[in-house]
Design a protein. Structure first.
Length: 466
């Protein structure tokens, strides 16, 4: 058995992951149902979801069949979308409804959105009216917005409500919910407009007869239901929040977002940005089929083919220069590689700055100026080292100066392009990470070769230097 145990749960780490998977597979193969059920009772749905892709289809079916309704519901909410769809396609509407109804409305919506419209409607018919209305309301909000992220489960109190009355409301709510995500009571007026909030701990400490309006705190910040999820995540980070109210155009409270929802957004957005930088589809997974991976990657392969063809054309333009000075070919990869590395560093810095709200368009001029100076200084040092190296091995400094000047110009160009591409994408309302790394590398290869060979043709050959 795994030796890393956290209270009632088997905690899966990098060190014991393979061992846990082998135990599952061994018990399934030997049909040790009692032992398998015992392990499933002591493994959290998030941990099970983490190792789900390593099981065969028949193993997944057996595990699902041995989970009770509550745990199988939690597993569905923790699985990746494509893994969840594989299960949903095999189950009937009644089976799905029993599990979805165990979840918070916001988690239930995520699952129902994976279904075809007709299937989702059939599942909704199995819910009670109140739960069904909550689900339908949340499903109307567009993806990637605060509305799609929020939960409609929250407790409100009028200004005139007493502490004793609010606590009784909690007790009534606790009969139907575990209340694990309730950090505050939101205070509203008769029109349900948000006025303030009361931390749970404050309710415990205050006199039962005090009114909500006397003990509530003003809301420092609330988000509109149309706000982008990345911006919501940034607010949570900047203000160190546990929960955040969501309002509509009239300031009416429509939901709340909790920190656990935002953690998922941060992780997902970070992964998507990393993938998009190198042209990978955001849905790319190690477990994807060959056909799926091919379909995701082939467009960028074609773009790479076109850009490398341009680089080849540039080199072809200077065929005469290369024939007369073959040694230039030795330094071409150096010029291209240093330019590409410099450009990609700039892309990463700009994309990260835009993603976390650290960089604004009004700062671009100063940031670009600073980076150009820093890169130019580095390029001069590297160029000097290369020039000294060629002086030592070739007994001449001309080639070294050509390489040094080409490095300087290409690295400065790479800095400008590395900043310009993601900023241009953001200006046109596109994801600044989308393929930026590939485009920068292609640009620096093409221009780097052109600058280097053009300089070589004019400095070395035109002046008869050998």
């Amino acid at each position: 058995m795994p030796d890393s145990i956290n209270y009632n749960y088997i905690y899966i780490t990098r060190e014991n992951k393979d061992r846990v998977i082998r135990i599952f597979q061994y018990l399934i193969e030997r049909k040790r149902a009692r032992w398998l059920k015992m392990i499933l009772e002591h493994i959290h749905a998030a941990s099970l979801a983490d190792i789900w892709e390593f099981f065969e289809d028949i193993e997944k079916d057996i595990i699902i069949s041995m989970l009770d309704v509550e745990n199988s519901a939690e597993l569905l909410s923790e699985l990746e979308k494509h893994e969840r769809i594989e299960i949903l396609e095999q189950k009937n509407h009644k089976w799905l409804a029993e599990r979805v109804e165990e979840l918070d409305p916001d988690d239930a919506v995520d699952i129902l959105k994976d279904l075809q419209h007709d299937d989702a409607q059939h599942v909704l018919k199995h819910f009670d009216l109140e739960y069904s209305l909550k689900i339908k309301e949340l499903m109307q909000y567009p993806e990637e917005t605060a509305g799609a992220l929020m939960s409609s489960d929250f407790i409100t109190a009028y200004e005139s409500a007493t502490v004793d009355g609010i606590i009784k409301s909690f007790q009534e709510a606790a009969k139907e919910d575990d209340l694990e995500d309730y950090h505050f009571v939101f205070v509203v007026d008769k029109q349900n407009q948000l006025l303030g909030y009361i931390p749970i701990r404050k309710l415990i400490l205050e006199s039962p007869r005090k009114k909500a309006k006397d003990i509530m705190k003003e809301v420092d910040i609330a988000v509109h239901h149309r706000m982008d999820q990345e911006e919501v995540a940034r607010i949570f980070r900047d203000y160190n929040l546990l929960a955040l109210p969501v309002v509509d155009d009239d300031g009416i409270l429509v939901g709340k977002i909790t920190i656990d929802d935002v953690v998922d957004v941060i992780e997902r957005e970070a992964s998507e940005d990393a993938y998009r930088l190198v042209g990978l589809n955001k849905h790319e997974k190690i477990s994807n089929s060959i056909i799926t991976s091919f379909r995701h990657r082939f467009p960028w392969m074609m773009i790479n083919l076109l850009t490398t063809s341009l680089a080849a054309v540039v080199v072809g333009l200077f065929q005469g220069v290369l024939e007369q000075y073959v040694l230039l070919a030795v330094f071409m990869p150096m010029v291209a590689a240093l330019g590409g590395a410099t450009g990609n560093q700039m892309v990463t810095m700009i994309v990260r700055g835009l993603a976390i709200g650290e960089l604004h368009f009004r700062q671009v001029r100063w940031v670009l100026f600073r980076e150009i100076i820093a890169v130019a200084a580095g390029a001069l040092v590297i160029g000097l080292l290369v020039a000294l190296g060629t002086l030592f091995f070739q007994k001449g400094i001309s080639l070294g100066l050509v390489v040094a000047l080409a490095l300087l110009l290409n690295m400065v160009f790479a800095t400008i392009v590395g900043a310009g591409i993601p900023l241009a994408l953001r200006f046109f309302k596109q994801d600044p990470a989308f393929g930026s790394s590939i485009l920068v590398s292609a640009s620096t290869d093409v221009l780097g070769f052109f600058i280097f060979l053009w300089l070589a043709g004019h400095i070395l050959l035109d002046h008869g230097i050998s």
